[in-house]
Design a protein around this ligand. Sequence first.
Ligand code: ZN
Ligand code: ZN
Length: 898
Amino acid sequence: MMNFSRYNIVKMQKEARSLPAKIRSLVFVFLLRVFVVFLAMCVIIGSYSAFGGYLGIISKSPDIEGVFESNKDFEKYSTFLFYSNGEKMEKELSSAGANRIKADIRTIPEGVRNCFVAMEDERFYEHSGIDVRGIFRAAYSVFKERSLDYGASTITQQLLKNLVFKGGKESSPIDKIIRKVQEQYLAVQLEYRLDKDTILEYYLNTINLGNGAYGIEKAAQVYFGKSASELTISEAAVLAPIAWSPTLANPLKDQDKNSRRRKDCLKNLYENGFCTEEEYLIALADSEDVYLRIQEQNQTKLDSTNTYNSYFVDALINQVIADLKTAGYSSNEAYDMLYSGGLQIYTTQDQEIQAIVDSYFTNEANFPAVGKGSYYQLSERYALSLVSTSGIAAHYHLKDFINYFKDYKDTRKIYYHERGKGNTGISSYTLDKDDLEDKLDEFIEAMKQAFRTAHPGEEFNVQESRSISLQPQCAMVIINPATGEVVAQYGGRGEKVGNRVLDRASGTYRQAGSTFKVVASFLPALDAAGFTLASTFDDSYYIYPGTVNTTVDNWYSDEFRGLQPIREGIYNSLNIVAVRCIEKVGPRTSVDYLQKLGFKHIVTDNNKTNDYNYSIALGGLTTGCSVLEMTGAYSAIANQGVYVEPRYYTYVLDHDGKLLLNNDMHYTQVMKTSTAYLLTSAMIDTTTIGTGTKCRFQSLNIPVAGKTGTAHDNVDLWFVGFTPYYCAAIWSGYDDNLPQTDNNYYRVMWRNVMEDVHKIKGCEPKQFVRPSSIVSATVCTKCGKLAVPGVCDKTPDGSCMRTEIFAKGTVPYETCTCHEKVTMCKDSGCRATEYCPNTEERVYLIKVETELAKEHGGTKDTKYIMTPEEDKECPLHTEAPTPTPSPSPDPTVTPPEP
Ligand SMILES: [Zn+2]
Ligand SMILES: [Zn+2]
């Protein structure tokens, strides 16, 4: 029954009015439920896929089976190097961890171990591989600081990072996250397998503690000269921060930073109950002393160890790796053996000689002064990169830098020199290095600003590769010609700034210039083409056959010297003589010799631009040659014609002391002993009367034979020379092929270095050995045939007769055919007749000069050649003079009557 009471009616009315509200609320509840279900599904699906992703990531974790089962990873050893006298070099070759020495955890004092625990992972003994509290703290810092470089890695994780993840140097943030996930997963796994002490032992034996010290035992030795078992807490607290950053907290490089971290370490140690208050105070009291002990220990070692490889060692590494590959090892195996195989390499480097070379090359006073031939050059490989954490990148190069300052340059606000000469590349030079550095800094700031404007809110990293070097550059190699041993090498001016950097001694190929005259032209001429030092070629106007006007120019421009013997061609460096000579010899013969002499980049491919050209006589090469090759080739001349392949080591022993590589001498008799001696003889003249007098020794009575070399406008400058003891080549040039203004400094340096070398090695005065196959004969210098006394020595220019040396069997048998002694009439200047009353004897040169030569001013010979006018019979005295008429008969005298 319906209750129509007022109350009910009001109630019903209310209910009726609120019906839509009710429906609304029902809809709301329904939607809420749907949303919750949806959310739950999302969470479930999301979790599943996240979990799937997680499973995917951890299923791809590296296998740690085996890594921690054996001592495999400890069996890595540095390679030791020895000088030629058997003395061990300070420099060792080692990859990360190769020179570690294992320390047993039981011998490492507890306080020492705990320093590392306190510094890196204070809950190490409590967690099970990952530190949850640490992760939350790190996660917070990620949100707050938007940085992915959160710490919170436990010692277990760090161990995995070092041993399994190769140090964790991922470039992308995704890879980094993946590695972190795998690392955490494996950390838990590892904690199941190994106990805490074993994990800590692995960790302490493998961490990088800076200065080449991997592992605590090696570090104890490097920094304190003692074993890890003897370390104090104070000392361990110096080492623990290095594990955080081997470079930033390195006590040898930044004592202040290390010291601050050391105090944090000690504080943590004490506050976590890892040491007593007394131990803490003792360690604090040692805060200054501990660094003094490190300095003392490293006083002598700092200079020599853990600096960059020398140029010699770089070249040595290349040779050993190449030889290991030849012996059948793969590239990777060869590198592994070299850097962690514990090899012993017996090098050819002479410590004393290298020290002399180093001292000259690192002393700027030996090079052209800045502003007087030298410039600072910003490397063409300059690079600046701005890379944001989200992967946006901007890259800049040298041209961008130069463009940025274009206006400054135009208004001379920046002191710049663009010394390009037909150079398409951009070259930047300055006399003011500080200014250049400031401008670079300014450039970087401007680019950063531009980046911020273009990408607001992006965090980014700045990477710059800035290399400023002094130019011209210079390189030198010294070889013992008898053994082919490279005793010293320097690959660049000034201090070396990295490993495997540009090596201008054995790793770059330059134009050889006139040094090639000897090896490409005159050597084959003497050795294989029947020429002698006396053979002459005409220094007269010359264009390369087949060209319209490609001339060969001499370094002296005012004259042509006429007929010149090969000897002069060598010591006076005569270009046209060398080219006319190779024309006779043939470039193919020349190339054969060059290859036998060790020039490996001569191009002989017929389908390409090759080196079968006459210009090879002047060192015009397609690719070029290295200072090492040049020294090796001239060493063959110094070594009586025997070429010995240059070598940087004699043998290599493996870790067990067994012979791994035997680098015996590889030698070939490239030329006759006599040829070598003939060339040597002419090249002694270079330093006594020729183009290389600056290279003659000043205080030692030891002859220097050598050859100067200049290529195109002083782009490449050389001197290569030898004594009865050593052979050395020096090169000077701009890295980017600009002409040089100082063409003397390197010759002076060659002499000073070599003179010091001979002094320090106690070389006695000694002459080159003259082989018994050498004979001498007196020849005419204009035709190279036997001189005719009274003719060849009576030429108007003095004498064309001299004694020359020959290989037995090559002495000319003909007598001079180029000189003619003629009786001339002094009155007419023509050939005298029998009737000429005033005559003189004159010696003329018999030579035909071409029209082309005559058009270009003839030669110095021209005036000694009989002119057509002179070559006539005297027109004045053509017949017997009319006898003087007898005095007329005296008319007063009556002739006798018949
Ligand atoms: Zn003559
Ligand atoms: Zn006459």
